[in-house]
Design a protein around this ligand. Structure first.
Ligand code: 4NP
Length: 161
């Protein structure tokens, strides 16, 4: 079992979208039983809440439902439980770096590192509106998810050789 954790600030917009998109991709590839997916926030503001309504609507338009998710905050144990921790921006990277000691199991990286062709290093925070909004965030997440899937498939193949 490979374990993947998506992390943003509030765990109500970007990381729940990432979890939903990546789980959907895994299901379509028949890999849902082989990869465990979760999401968390570095902040505590929204613990226990469902994803932001705008995130839910954006996902729904692409056939993905987020309503079963509830926000939680990242815990130190996550660093040794998950294989991959994918963060949305550099601020998340810094905060997760403070939680996860060097030598932790998890490989911590910017999620957009899996889509170098997208021309963005970060998934921008859509919460306060402005920017290019939730649709753009969703496009970036879909692209990075495809890259991450390729990485995980290559890793599985490597393990089975
Ligand atoms: P997220 O978006 O990190 O993608 O879940 C945010 C959600 C809430 C806040 C900031 C960003 N907030 O400040 O409450």
């Amino acid at each position: 079992m490979i374990r993947v954790l998506f992390v943003c600030l509030g765990n109500i917009c970007r990381s729940p979208l990432s979890q939903g998109v990546f789980e959907d991709l895994l299901r379509r590839e028949g890999l849902e039983g082989e990869v465990e997916v979760d999401s968390a926030g570095t902040g505590a503001y929204h613990i226990g809440e469902p994803p932001d309504r705008r995130a839910q609507q954006t996902a729904s338009r692409r056939g993905i439902e987020l309503d079963g998710q509830r926000a939680r905050q990242i815990r130190p144990e996550d660093c040794d439980y998950f294989d991959y921790i994918l963060v949305m921006d550099r601020e998340n990277l810094e905060n997760v770096g403070l939680s996860c000691a060097t030598g932790s199991r998890a490989k911590v990286s910017l999620f957009m590192d899996y889509a170098p062709q997208a021309g963005e290093r970060e998934v921008p925070d859509p919460y306060f509106g402005g920017g290019k909004g939730f649709e753009y965030v969703m496009d970036l997440i879909e692209e990075a998810s495809r890259g991450l899937l390729e990485e995980i498939k290559a890793r599985r193949t490597g393990e089975h050789v």
